[in-house]
Ligand binder design. Structure first.
Ligand code: UN1
Length: 488
């Protein structure tokens, strides 16, 4: 019998238990790694297009179960139904995309320096990949990691967030029912210790982590101390939306509401700073505030709900603490700014959609990730000042600019130091076939999704074939010409 169990609960009604799981001990992690390694020895021999067919089948099963999965996401992660459905849809799209990759180029050919010789690259699995995933995209993020890892021929041990373990189990069940071989994908549950046991495990060759910067740093140093291992980190954001005076303010209002308050502000891509030109700040903020006040907070499974709870009371209190600090530093609450109770959502951790004005660049709220429904308005007087504000963040995930001036838009695309830039659209909503990830403290150079999504899960091998039938000496400076040392 396991020593300890934990339960995930419905964030809208914490008395409602969604699922209970044992906390994995180091020996459970050991067993999971051993199962993954055994299954992977067989899986790596399966031709890539055949692996791809199984990934495609995963997408089909997920599509069949989409409504049930979306309901589970809404109940366990607190995402409103349409967003929960979008979360599952990202996984379905990812399956289609990754399956297509199985019939795509798997490397490159190169001409060689010597005659009758060719060079090419090919991809090989890394072995067992350890994954640690958050609760805010509890189906999509496991799919971004698991599908490419499987296509590349790996085994998987995944530890989902303790807030959304059932979503991950349901996702992995769908994969097994679609034909992913037994033992290839293993879910272990628990908190930091279980994650740490994966990171430390000598049988795990690569770690893919999505979460906070402090945890990411610990994961990376442990993976190096016990490795080196391949480590890909997808960390936080402090995403800004720049609004120039010529922008379509109705479009900006809608974008700001969706970007800041969608998923209750709990996306790493959420719009957290509204960097607005002072000529249009009053008009824009009034419009955003009016619309924010009309958003309906409630049970995420109720189709009338616009904004669900935040994940738990601790998170709500942390968000509230940051708002209070901002006010103490001189910011003004234009709307929201406090926890709220909601009918038929007993004990749910709700926080009012909040707009703060008078935020200055040096305020804590302007620099640290909030991960909650709080939009800080920072006024600027020029395009260059806006770019400075966007780029002074330690993070570099996503940014947006609203303008009708193509030159300004293109200058923003060039000058903003983030992994993702939107023009006339909010900072959320990345599509799975483009690389996803960020600069500076947001990550360590890897990208998920898109073609580059395979990189973190495969080793590249360079192959040289010499068909001259004789020893051709490379890197011996015997080529004809002046460089060979003609002294005359
Ligand atoms: C995240 O919040 O960690 O771009 C991922 C977006 C989503 C993914 C967010 N497709 O907003």
């Amino acid at each position: 019998m396991p020593d300890r169990t934990f339960a995930s609960v419905n964030p809208a009604r914490p008395a409602e238990v969604i699922a209970e799981y044992p906390v994995a001990s180091p020996s459970d992690v050991d067993a999971a790694v051993a199962r993954a390694a055994t299954a992977q020895r067989e899986w790596r021999t399966v031709p890539v297009p055949a692996r791809a067919e199984i990934v495609a089948a995963c997408g089909t099963v997920l599509a069949q179960r989409k409504d049930d999965l979306a309901r589970l996401v809404a109940r366990e992660a607190g995402k409103v139904l349409v967003e929960a459905g979008g979360d599952v849809q990202e996984a379905i799209d990812m399956a289609a995309y990754v399956a297509g990759q199985g019939r795509n180029a798997w490397g490159e050919t190169h001409p060689c320096e010597l005659p009758d010789k060719i060079g090419f690259t090919t991809r090989h699995p890394v072995g067992v990949v350890g994954m640690i995933t958050p609760w805010n995209f509890p189906v999509a993020i496991p799919s971004w990691k698991i599908f490419p890892a499987l296509l590349a021929g790996n085994g998987v041990v995944i530890k989902p967030s303790e807030h959304a373990p059932a979503c991950c189990e349901a996702f992995v069940d769908a994969c097994r029912d679609a034909g992913v071989p037994d033992g290839l994908v293993n879910v272990v549950h628990g908190f930091g210790e279980a994650g740490g046991a994966i990171v430390d495990h000598p049988g795990v060759r690569a770690i893919s982590f999505t979460g906070s910067v402090p945890t990411g740093r610990r994961v990376a140093s442990a993976a190096m101390a016990n490795g080196p291992k391949l480590v890909s980190l997808e960390l936080g954001g402090k995403n800004a939306m720049v609004v120039m005076p010529d922008a379509d303010l109705e479009l900006v209002t809608e974008g700001a509401l969706f970007g800041a308050f969608g998923t209750s502000g709990q996306r790493c891509t959420s719009t957290s700073r509204l960097v607005v030109h002072r000529d249009v700040a009053d008009e824009l903020v009034d419009a955003v505030v009016q619309r924010a006040q009309k958003l309906v907070l409630g049970d995420p499974t109720d189709p009338a709900t616009d904004v669900g709870p935040v994940i738990d009371a601790a998170s709500r209190d942390r968000i509230d603490g940051m708002v209070r600090d901002a006010v103490a530093e001189g910011a003004v609450v234009a709307t929201g700014g406090k926890p709220v109770t909601v009918e038929r959502a007993e004990g749910g951790a709700f926080y009012e959609p909040t707009v703060l004005r008078g935020v200055r660049r040096e305020h804590r709220i302007a620099r640290e990730e909030v991960f909650g429904p709080v939009l800080s308005v920072i006024e600027i007087g020029s395009f260059d000042e806006a770019i400075d504000v966007v780029n002074e963040s330690e993070y570099g995930l996503s940014a947006a600019i609203y303008t009708r001036d193509i030159n300004l838009a293109m200058r923003a695309v060039h000058q903003i130091d983030t992994g993702i830039v939107y023009v006339n659209a909010p900072t959320i909503g990345a599509e799975i076939h483009l690389p996803f990830g960020g600069n500076k403290h947001t990550g360590n150079g890897f990208r998920e999704a898109g073609k580059r999504g395979l990189e973190q899960f495969s080793e590249v091998k360079s192959v040289y074939i010499d068909f001259s039938g004789r020893l051709q000496k490379a890197q011996i400076d015997n080529r004809p010409g002046p460089a060979a040392g003609d002294a005359s």
